[in-house]
Design a protein around this ligand. Structure first.
Ligand code: BT5
Length: 258
């Protein structure tokens, strides 16, 4: 079997995660509805911090606001981590997008950007989506990365989404990328948990440096409300500072950017 079709090498992942806090235990399902739904259910039953659920095929992968996350069986990464963050959640948003962007860069040489707040783009198209769901002290961090296969055949997504293989021109093994993402998250997460403004500032600066949204003319969709203007900056809490067409400044904390 070539790299595009074989299942994940779970033993290799387990070995790599042994020294980490995140990624243990590793729970693998050949197929599952949604790793986020499963991780939240397990967390509610007491699964510990670091528990990682992954699969080769999500049959009901979810995006934000009830949207669908499309599956490419055996070709994506789909993983969810059970966390109990002791710091404000926007740092988790930054840490996860940054970990994925940097992991893609070091394993493939591609230069990913981040679209506020947490889409990872390759060549301007979405290669990764992140879904963070919280309940009391639990945060489930879900990451989906389009690795192999192609989005070119998907009429709905072709213009806006891509896979790493589309960008590279060839498929890659998924495990090195998976391992790099979890290692980077593990160290960012440990630094945030240890507290300290320095870790927060470094994280925010590195995340901000990858934001492709800054300086752009954008339209923000917040439910029924639409706001247009220039994305000028991000504030301390990660909110997007939008200067609207009437000159008013808005700190945007959620919504979809076009
Ligand atoms: C996201 O939502 O981008 C979050 C996606 C999170 C997926 C992971 S996979 C592991 C874990 N388990 C889950 O069930 N989910 C998480 P949002 O920002 O709402 O974007 C959703 C939109 O992205 C859709 O409406 C489509 O337009 C587009 N989309 C859907 N599937 C895609 C894909 N495979 N690649 C790129 N874009 C996609």
């Amino acid at each position: 079997m070539d790299e595009t079709t074989r299942p994940l090498d779970v033993a290799a992942l387990e070995a790599a995660f042994t020294p980490l806090t995140l990624g243990r235990p590793l729970i693998y399902h050949p197929a599952i509805a949604s790793t986020n739904t499963e991780a939240m259910a397990l967390a509610r039953q007491g699964a510990g911090e670091g528990t990682l659920i992954t699969t080769d095929e999500q049959t009901a992968g979810r995006g934000r606001l009830g949207r669908v996350w499309q599956s490419l069986p055996n070709e994506q990464l789909a993983l969810s981590l059970v966390l109990h963050p002791s710091f404000p959640p926007h740092f988790l948003v930054m840490a996860s997008a940054l970990a994925v962007a940097e992991a893609i860069e070091v394993t493939t040489g591609l230069r990913p950007g981040i679209k506020w707040p947490n889409d990872v783009l390759v060549n301007g198209r979405k290669a990764c989506g992140i879904l963070i769901e919280t309940s009391e002290t639990i945060a489930v961090l879900g990451i989906g990365v389009n690795v192999n296969g192609s989005m070119a055949e998907s009429p709905e997504l072709a213009a806006r989404a891509t896979t790493l293989a589309d960008a590279l021109g060839h498929p890659i093994a998924r495990e090195p990328l998976f391992i790099e993402i979890v290692r980077r998250l593990d160290s960012l997460y440990a630094a945030l948990k240890a507290g300290g403004e320095r870790a927060q500032r470094l994280l925010r600066d590195s995340w901000r440096a990858r934001l492709v949204t800054l300086g752009q003319r954008v339209t923000i969709q917040q439910g029924e409300t639409t706001l247009s203007g220039v994305a000028q900056d991000v504030d301390e809490s990660g909110a997007l500072v939008l200067v609207a067409d009437d000159g008013a400044r808005h700190a945007i904390t959620w919504g979809d950017v076009e």
